[in-house]
Every structure is written in C-alpha cells, then in structure tokens.
Design a protein around this ligand. Structure first.
Ligand SMILES: *Cc1c(COP(=O)(O)O)cnc(C)c1O
Length: 421
C-alpha cells in the first residue's frame, strides 16, 4: 500500500493560493532528498555507484541542483537538457548524453562539456567522429531484442527504435578499440515504470554477462555498466514501491559472483532514473471551476492536460484527493476534466470522490515526473508555475506560470508581441 499524501493540508494550500494562483505544481525537497539517500544507501556497497537523473522527467534546474547536492549527475538527451545540466554546475562525466537520431550540434555540445557519450547506433561512431571527434570514453546503448521482455510503456525491445543489436555491439566495440578508444561503458534501458525489483537485477545480470563476453572476444575492459532508468512508482494506492534495498542487494550478489570473481578489476554500476527520483514528490494542485451533470457527472478543473498529460496520453492512473475531504465517503462518481477541446482531456474517468463543490481544491498525486515536463501549448493552454516546498517549510516559486506573452513570444505580429496580460 502506498498512502497518498500531500505535504500541505487544505489550510496551508489555501494560504498558498493567495500568493500563487492555481493550478501549480508543488515539489517536496525533503522527500526528494530522503528518497535520493535511500537509493544511494541501497548501493553503498559500490563505491563508484552513480545515479544520473534523467532530466526529461523534471527539467527544472532547482530540482536538478537538489539532486546534484546528493551526488547525482544528469542524463540528457537534447541540447537544452545539456544546457540545464551545465547551468547547475554539472560537468564532464557527471553528465551522460543518451540521445537517438542525434543532430550534430548536440554531439558538439556534449563533447564540449566532456559528457559521457552514449551512442544509440553503430553508424553514430563515424557520425560522432566527424562532428566532434571520438572521445576517450565511449558507451553504447544495447537493445537486447527478444532476449529481454519489455513492458507496457516502453514496449517490446525488438520494436523499440533504440540501441545496438547484439552483433552490432561486438562490431562497434571492435571498431572503437581499433580506433584507439581506451575507456568503455555499456548501457541498456528496456523498461519504464517497472515495479518489479527482479527486473532490474536481471538487467544487471544481462550486462555483467555481456561484459564478460565482450572481454573474451575483444579483450576490452569496461569501466561501468548503466542499467538505465525505468524504476516505477506506485501510482495506485494499492501498489507497492520498488524495494530499492532488494534491487541493490540483488545486484551486489551478482557483482560478487561475476565481477569480483573474474578478477579483471572492478566496474561501476550506474543508473539513470527519472520517474522514481521526483515523481511521488510532486503534486498538481488545482481548483474546481465547474460541475456539470449531463449523461455523466463532470468536475472541471482549472488545470488541463497541458499541465499533466499522462492520463490523456496513456490512460495513466493518477490518484486524486480533495484536501479537507479525505475522510468523507467516496461516493460521488465523476470524470475529472480539463478545459482543452479534446475529449481525452480527463484526469480521471468514473472516479469515486468525496462530494465535490465548485471552489474546492483538488490535488493530483505523483505528478513530479513527466508532469509539468510534458506540458504543451496546444489550444492556447499555458503551462503552470512550479513551486518548491523547502526543507524549512518555506515555499518558493521555481518557475513562474506562462502568460499569453510567452505564447506569442515567437510571433512577430503587430498587436500580439506587445500584448499585455
Ligand atoms: C526516459 C529515460 C530515462 C528515465 O526513465 P524513467 O522511467 O523516468 O526512470 C532514462 N534513460 C533514458 C535513455 C531515457 O530515455
């Protein structure tokens, strides 16, 4: 069971809305830090363990900075993400650049930053060499195809556009070796939002075995394996979070059996989780604008799918609470909607809630990853502010809400670019 709680109660949220109008995303620094420490503790046996926060989950430098002070790096896959990592003072091998279908300027930037470059395809060896030169350390993304089952969000690995096939992996490392590359990493990422701890242990197993085979065939040693991100979070109250100590302990055992026994020197275990680092510690706070009773009951919020797209995009479940009404009977069944002119702009369908009134606050849980980040402007909808609850209880704004000027910023059209809200 994963009880769904917002760190601020109704009164505190109401107080906050005097300063910041709804909707807004709220993040909890103390909870983000304590989860980050739990992940580190699970891998305390591995001195080189490093988590590279997948920036796309919550691309806000204030959040990235919190994770940096916990010792984490950044996993980037675009130019602006690399710029964000740079802005918080991450550099060199604290950044891993895992891109695909990569444009020249991104390899150039990653290379200037000295980031670990994780290639998605064998043809990118030559592409990278031509646009930025081959660095001393290169990593490949492996796609195990039918050798590993995927899951619902990422799909079957053999249908996934990412990574090298097994034969390409051997060929690719041979090319690198022959070109004089000295340092090697091996990466894979085959699941997303996976709640089964054994899945990650099996992924490490797969990579440990592969490192052995690559050594046997090519005589190259690996500095690290990166088992990717994909640790899931319990979006539903009846689900259970992944037990990180089980993951850490399972990988430790394999490490002892396979890496320490082989005696070829140690390698680091790395990860690049996004969702589990911030997801459960972020909430979308909104207010009920309207109630509507037609063929169904509807509750309309001042937030819409531009603020949190997962339910509309994947039919994903996000728990919803009505602050102050948590303990009332949940016998009001309704669809919770936003205002976008798309019928899938619904945060919940046939959800049992307590009796809801216009003006009530609503809290949508587990919105801290792939939430604000997936925001968009379709239908003239504007992205909300992001607020951070500091460890001392203070709430600070870490991103302001968009205004119509932001929406028009890329237009040079009389009457719009001077628009005043
Ligand atoms: C999205 C992504 C991640 C993070 O995935 P989560 O499910 O958020 O942990 C890590 N690595 C790569 C390459 C990704 O594309």
């Amino acid at each position: 069971m994963s009880p769904k709680k917002c760190p601020l109660d109704r009164e505190q949220l109401e107080e906050l809305t005097k300063q910041f109008s709804t909707p807004f995303h709220l993040y909890d620094e103390a909870a983000i830090r304590s989860n980050a420490r739990a992940l580190k503790a699970a891998f305390a046996w591995s001195p080189g363990f490093k988590e590279y926060f997948a920036v796309k989950a919550a691309p806000n430098p204030y959040l990235m900075k919190i994770l940096k002070t916990e010792g984490f790096g950044a996993d980037c896959s675009s130019l602006p993400e690399l710029m964000l990592a740079e802005s918080v003072g991450l550099s060199g091998e604290e950044i891993i650049f895992t891109s695909n279908d990569t444009p020249v300027n991104e390899y150039v930037k990653a290379s200037q930053l000295g980031a670990i470059i994780n290639l998605d395809d064998i043809t990118h060896i030559e592409f990278l060499e031509q646009c930025a030169g081959l660095p001393e350390l290169v990593c490949f993304r492996y796609n195990p195809g039918p050798l590993k089952g995927g899951n619902a969000i990422i799909g079957h690995p053999e249908e996934a556009k990412y990574g090298f096939t097994r034969p390409q992996l051997f060929e690719g490392y041979r090319i690198l070796r022959d070109k004089g590359v000295k340092r090697f990493g091996l990466h894979t990422m085959v699941a997303s939002n996976e709640l089964e701890a054994t899945y990650f242990i099996e992924t490490a197993h797969l990579l440990f075995d592969l490192v052995d085979e690559l050594f046997a065939e090519l005589g190259i040693k690996f500095e690290f394996i990166n088992i990717g991100g994909g640790i899931g979070i319990p979006y539903k109250p009846e689900q259970k979070a992944v037990d990180l100590t089980v993951v850490g302990e399972g990988i430790r055992k394999l490490y002892a059996e396979k890496i320490e026994k082989a005696g070829r020197g140690l390698l680091d275990v790395r990860m690049e989780c996004g969702r589990m680092m911030t997801g459960p510690y972020g909430w979308l706070v909104s207010r009920v604008l309207h109630k509507k009773n037609t063929y169904k009951q509807y509750v309309g919020l001042d937030a819409c799918m531009a603020n949190l797209m997962r339910p509309a995009l994947y039919g994903a479940y996000h728990h919803i609470t009505v602050p102050g009404k948590e303990n009332l009977p949940h016998n009001f069944v309704c669809d919770v909607t936003g205002s976008l002119c798309e019928n899938n702009d619904k945060f919940a369908i046939n959800r049992a809630l307590p009796p809801v009134e216009v003006g009530d606050l609503m809290v949508i849980h587990d919105a801290g990853a792939h939430g604000h980040a997936m925001g968009f402007n379709y239908n003239g909808k504007l992205r909300s502010a992001e607020l951070l609850l500091r460890e001392n209880g203070e709430v600070v704004q870490i991103r302001r809400a968009e205004t119509p000027q932001d929406y028009f910023a890329t237009l040079d059209f009389a009457g719009l670019n001077n628009f005043k809200a």
